[in-house]
Design a protein around this ligand. Sequence first.
Ligand code: FES
Length: 374
Amino acid sequence: MENLSSKGRQIEFHRLKLTKKQQLTKSVFSVEFEVPPSLKDKYKFEAGQYVTLKFLWREDFVQKDFSMTSAPFEGKISLGIKINSAESPANSLIEHIEVGSEVEVSVPRGRFTLVSKPHEFRTIVGFAGGIGITPILSHFKNILFNEPRTRLFLFYGNKSAEDVAFRSELNELKIKYPERFEVYHFYSREKVGNGIYEGRLDEKKVALIINQFLLLDDTDEESTIWDAVDEVLICGKGEMIKALANACYKHGIPKKNIHFELFQEFNEDIFPVEKEFPLLENIEVDFKLLGNQHHTTLANNKIRLLQQLLIQGFPVPYSCKSGICGSCECILEEGEVELLENEYLTKKEEAAGKILACMSVVLSKKIKVNFDLV
Ligand code: FES
C-alpha cells in the first residue's frame, strides 16, 4: 500500500535486494527485501511501521511510503504495494523491479504502533479498508505471536472477493490461532446473499458488528466482547477512518485507544472539535523546519496550525492529525496557542513549551515555533 508521501524529516536510505515479488490481486503486489547483517540494527522495526522507497519515475526520483506487512519477529521487510493506475509511480516501480534488483529503501518509521503487553489478556479489533490491511496484518501477526492470551477480531472491507489481498496469510493465521483470531470480510460491490457482509465499513456497520459479532463473551458472561475491547486499529481511506473512529468513540472506546493510519491526503479532522475562539486575522508565523527558517502569514485562526501550514505547501510532518501520534510536535518559542486535545505530550513536555501543531489554535498575532526537535 502507499501511504502519505514522505512526512518531512530527513530520511536515511540504503540499497536493499529484492528477494520476492508476487502478485496477490489484479492491483496488489507483495514484495520482500533482504536486510544484510551489517544493516540489521538500522532496519529493526515495530509492527505497524512503514518504509519509503526512492526510485526513478519519468526521469526524476520520487519517494513513496509503503507499510510493512511483516512482523518484527519474521526478520524481513515485506510490503504491500497497490497499483492505482497504469500511470502511477508504483506501477512503474513494479514493472521495473525483479528478484535480485536493488532498491533504495529507507529505515523504518511511523507511529502507528502499539505497546506490546505479552502478559495481559487483551481484546483488539482491527478495521481495514482495501490496501489498509498492510500495517494491520503486521500488527496482528505480531500480537498473535507475542501475546499468547490476546484475542483479535478483524473486519476487512473490499470491493469484492477478488480484491482481497493477503487472503492466504490471513487464512494461515486463522488455522494457526483458531481460538484467538477471527476475520470477517465485507464487500461493497458484490452480493454475497447476506446483507451483513455487503456494503462499506461505516458507522452503521460498526453498530451491526458490535451487535452481531462482538456480542457474547465466553470469557465473561456479564459483558460483551465489545465491552472488553482494549484497542482499535483502523487503516484505510480518510472518510472510512473518520466514520469508524467516531463510531467506535461513540460506542465507548476512548480516543487514546483508537489508533489509525491515513493512507491518503485527508483535509478533515478525524475527531471534530467544537469550541469557539476569538477571531484573529493576519497572524505572523516564524518557524524552523528541516533546518530552514520560514516566515508566513495565516489568514486567520479558524483552522489549526498544522492544517494551515500544509495548505500553504510546507512539508510539516504529521500522521493522525488528532493529537495522538506526536508526529507534528514542535516547540512554541513565542506567542500563544491553545492545545485542543493532547494524548501524546507529557505534562512536563507541555510545561517545557512543546505543542502539537495539529491540535493548536493560534491565540496571538505572532508566533514562533520550531519543528526541528532533534
Ligand atoms: S499529527 Fe498526530 S499528534 Fe499531530
